[in-house]
Design a protein around this ligand. Sequence first.
Ligand code: HEC
Length: 128
Amino acid sequence: MQYNVSFSALTRTALIMLCLTGLTISATYAEEDVTDIAAAEINPNYFEYKENFSVKRLFASRCSWCHQGYGLKAADGPRLSGSTKSKEKIIEQIAYGKSPMPGFRKQLKPWQIEALADYIKALPDVAL
Ligand code: HEC
């Protein structure tokens, strides 16, 4: 009986430890998500245009079917992290496209295009 009690206490402690390890690991990964860091680096003024603006959400809805991993992974379009293009060239490419990439000037507002360009320039040169 005595043995059972201490065993279950031990099991409980082990489970708690396991959960804590899991939490630590997920927290570490969340911290190291370079796309979140890049998104956080873009001009905070964009948030004045639209409450709760998220450049990653915009990217996911318009760009991710060709540029995956929030720009870190090549798919139908190239990887965007580490692009050697200037911010101005990137804005031009998003606005007017370059076959087979469509232009977005009719669907996106200038500040949204600029936010995407700032985000792409803020991405570090890493690949998924
Ligand atoms: C239909 C697929 C498609 C979609 C959707 C798309 N792209 Fe592209 N993108 C491409 C392709 C293909 C290229 C390469 C074109 C080339 O330069 O020859 C490209 C190139 C680029 C480049 C130039 C990269 C470099 O360094 O040369 C940027 C920047 C870019 N895309 C951003 C975006 C953004 C931002 C969006 C969303 C608003 C987007 N793209 C949506 C297909 C796409």
